[in-house]
Design a protein. Structure first.
Length: 410
């Protein structure tokens, strides 16, 4: 969802490319990879789950092509931008982006975007998979922002001219359906308000730059049944507690997230050292067996499950010998239910499920930027779930995974 910053040489160059190519740009990338996981049929967030008799595989993780159109007027001001992006692999053909953007050129401050595009929340959500240093987004991000995209409309404040310190500020705010693109369609009238204010990287010294952001999502899902579930303590034991009041029908179960992020980049003699961090907390409406946002209304005795959650990730990126070689260390966690932990899950016949189990993961990897168009990555991910009394989760599940990936792009 990048803007065209025509005050910089890169932005001016991109405008020239669009003009020379009749305002049309085509780009693509593909990510063939080989993976080995500890146990056959293991579930993973490093791609799709493994099939029951498989613990190693070749796969096309992503294979995408993007068509972009930009209309530029006689004053070199962008007027309209249109983007289509599609993904094709052995699992099928899917649409990733379809959106249009209109630029305001009187003050050169605003733009309006509508269609299917990435939610303006957090840093990692909007960092393209072809540019991200780790193979996948963290478990927290994949769960809360599944597929990253949604249908909606957004207004953006991002100056395209010199306006002092405001040139370093970007603000996005929009309304979205809320279920994401994995649902068959919008099933209630409540829209998610999603907003983000970000500080573009600013130089703290000749070698150090800092970027940061803060995000908010405020939405909810229609309760079509009287049943709503939450975590509570009864007689000294935590359990899943149903609320079956008839007044629940027609209300909205909340989805409220707040997040902060920062990116510190330090130039050194061989390239850069970079540290990134992002923390998200809030209330998520899911189902009893999943903390993902439901893609349909509940019926019968089923009902939404309200959980308090938190999660975070931390990156340490270090160039080795030159900018062609990069060490990647990433740690992330996702706790889908902060009100219950450890042996409280599954104790005494409680109704908790795998959706309440916390996961931590340590990723260690190496990227070799062979050419500007080819990147090779080797990663080992050590996943640790908390030990509970729940069947299947009394110890750490065997789901550590190795990934070797080549990426081609143009």
């Amino acid at each position: 969802m990048d803007m065209l910053d025509t005050t910089k040489e890169a932005g001016k160059g991109l405008l020239n490319i669009y003009r020379n190519l009749d305002h049309l740009q085509v780009s693509a990338y593909m990510q063939p990879q080989f993976q080995v996981i500890q146990e056959k049929g293991a579930a993973t967030f490093e791609g799709t789950d493994f099939l029951p008799n498989v613990n190693n595989r070749f796969m096309l993780r992503r294979s995408r092509i993007r068509f972009g159109y930009l209309h530029v007027n006689s004053k070199n001001d962008p007027g309209v931008q249109i983007n289509f992006q599609f993904d094709a692999n052995e699992r099928g053909f899917t649409i990733r982006d379809i959106w249009g953007r209109v630029f305001e050129n009187k003050f050169k401050l605003f733009s309006f975007t509508i269609g299917m595009f990435a939610r303006p929340f957090g840093f990692e959500t909007n960092l393209s998979s072809q540019d991200r240093e780790s193979p996948e987004r963290g478990r927290m991000n994949q769960t809360l922002m599944k597929s990253e995209r949604d249908l909606g409309a957004m207004i953006s404040f991002e100056p395209r001219k010199e306006v002092g310190w405001l040139k370093k500020i970007k603000i996005d705010a929009g309304f979205f359906n809320g279920q994401g693109i994995t649902a068959n369609g919008d099933f209630d009238n409540r829209k998610d308000l999603i907003s983000r204010i970000s500080l573009k990287p600013v130089l703290l010294s000749k070698k150090v730059s800092l970027g940061a952001g803060a995000s908010l999502l405020h939405g909810g899902l229609l309760q079509a049944t009287k049943y709503v579930y939450s975590t509570a303590e009864i007689n000294g034991q935590k359990n899943v507690v149903p609320d079956s009041s008839s007044t629940n029908v027609g209300l909205y179960s909340p989805r409220v997230y707040t997040g902060v992020d920062a990116q510190l980049k330090i130039k050194n003699r061989v390239g850069y050292t970079e540290i990134r961090a992002e923390y998200i907390t809030g209330t998520q409406t899911g189902s009893v067996n999943s903390s993902e946002t439901p893609t349909a209304l509940m019926s019968g005795n089923n009902g939404f499950y309200k959980r308090n959650f938190n999660g975070a990730y931390f990156y340490f990126l270090q160039h080795l010998f030159s900018t062609e070689h990069q060490l990647v260390i990433k740690y992330d966690w996702y706790d889908p239910n902060t009100k219950v932990k450890g042996n409280e899950i599954g104790a005494g016949g409680t109704s908790f499920s795998a959706a309440d189990v916390r996961y931590d993961a340590l990723h260690i990897g190496y990227n070799y930027y062979i050419t500007p168009n080819v990147k090779w990555g080797l990663f080992y991910t050590m996943v640790n779930n908390e030990s509970t009394l729940l069947s299947g989760f009394t110890d750490d599940v065997n789901d550590n995974i190795f990934t070797s990936r080549l990426q081609f792009r143009f």
